[in-house]
Design a protein around this ligand. Structure first.
Ligand code: ZN
Length: 407
């Protein structure tokens, strides 16, 4: 590459980076003025004017009319255009998949849910997912610019494969990139579900997370952590960073499908909580649940004050707290957000998690860390799949603009 070519490339990269910063700031601010964008991004007013004009031309942002800024001064507001484009979010779990059209502000507009039984092959399920997405693209009210998908892990980002889904068959043979993503002409991004949940919190959550280091703990039938360091997802070498479900918390503990013993998810996942309840029932302890029960029914029994079920939940919370305590020393986050189906158990459950963390880390460390439940009543990884599509589209704004420019 010649010197001129190199500097041209650098100039393009700088332009791309500036576009990305303006887009992300506009999202975080909701409505802001051109001068606010200049002040926050550190870019010159003239650069901001050029960028905003370009984004308006492509329909990515729009003017809102005048609004009152600092010191009562009135300026023209800039906000993300929510009517011109859409993304699709897909969430695959062990038992079902959800796909939906999402607006730019994270509202699902149309959701398709499909149960996964025991009889279909993984290839058939992939075909079903592909068909569902194509159907959604056809009926979307505006152009779909990207697809995001959240998959259970450990997910190998580079190769596009899931290493193991405990309790589900054959997914490890599937290459999600080749067998699904590459079949679409629009960008298709895939993330581990905990990372997707972490992105959902960043994009649409209640807490201010901008440049923070935070953990999103997905405590469902498996356990994973989305690790965000200074606003960026941390993937590690293979992409499996945050697979804390397979972190050892009891050295000679229960065997796990990963080949290890004493993994966190054998003690703190919703599966482990159900297992504990079943064992207690088999020992003859009185419990309001029937022999065959779902985790949602167990959660209901917990809320209704069933003592056996409550013990099992609080024991799960203690183990989760032990796992989180170790994570505090590894990543020293500002915030830990606990989500997915066990977190829906409520405040007492979360308080037990907090109490365990407090007992196990130095007081200064505990005091400097906030532990919250997640911002969403529904599945955060599903919203996170849409957030992923937007995050990646905003990371590569020129690609987004070229898709919007296509007829
Ligand atoms: Zn394991």
């Amino acid at each position: 590459m010649t010197k001129t070519e190199r500097s041209a490339k650098n100039l393009e990269e700088v332009k791309e980076l500036n576009l990305m910063r303006v887009l992300k700031l506009t999202h975080k601010m909701g409505v802001c003025s051109r001068s606010q964008l200049a002040a926050m991004s550190g870019l010159k007013q003239s650069t901001i004017t050029n960028i905003v004009n370009r984004l308006i031309e492509y329909g990515v942002v729009r003017e809102t009319g005048s609004f009152e800024g600092k010191k009562g001064r009135r300026s023209i507001g800039i906000t993300l255009e929510t009517e011109k484009y859409r993304v699709i979010g897909v969430r695959l779990t062990r038992t079902n998949f959800l796909a939906g059209i999402f607006s730019i502000d994270g509202r699902p507009e149309q959701i398709v849910t499909n149960q996964i039984g025991g009889s279909e092959s993984v290839e058939e399920i992939l075909e079903q997912i592909e068909r569902t997405i194509r159907g959604l693209i056809r009926c979307a009210p505006h152009k779909v610019v990207a697809i995001g998908m959240a998959v259970p892990g450990p997910y190998l980002m580079n190769s596009g494969r899931v290493l193991l889904i405990t309790g589900a068959r054959n997914w490890e043979k599937v290459n999600f990139k080749k067998q699904l993503a590459e079949k679409f002409s629009i960008p298709f991004y895939i993330e581990h579900d905990a990372n997707a949940g972490a992105l959902a919190e960043w994009w649409y959550g209640k807490h201010r997370l901008e440049e923070k280091t935070y953990l999103y703990i997905a405590a469902g039938s498996g356990i994973g952590a989305g690790i965000i360091i200074n606003g960026q997802v941390f993937h590690g070498s293979l992409g499996i960073a945050g697979e804390i479900g397979h972190m050892t918390i009891r050295c000679d503990g229960k065997p796990c499908a990963c080949g290890n013993r004493g993994c966190l998810e054998r003690y703190a996942s919703s599966t482990a909580i159900c297992e504990e309840i079943t064992q207690r029932m088999e020992r003859g302890e009185a419990c309001s649940l029937h022999r065959e029960f779902t985790f949602a029914q167990a959660r209901e029994a917990y809320r209704n004050g069933d003592a056996v079920v409550r013990d099992a939940f609080l024991q799960g919370a203690r183990y989760l707290g032990i796992g989180i305590a170790s994570m505090l020393y590894t990543y020293n986050p500002d915030i830990v957000i606990v989500g997915d189906e066990t977190a829906l158990a409520g405040e007492e459950y979360l308080e037990q998690v907090r109490r365990t963390v407090r007992e196990r880390v130095l007081p200064e460390v505990y005091q400097a860390t906030e532990i919250y439940s997640c911002s969403f009543p529904q599945d955060p990884a599903f919203i996170g799949a849409a957030a992923l599509a937007l995050e990646e589209s905003f990371q590569q704004p020129s690609k987004l603009l070229s898709i919007l420019a296509e007829e």
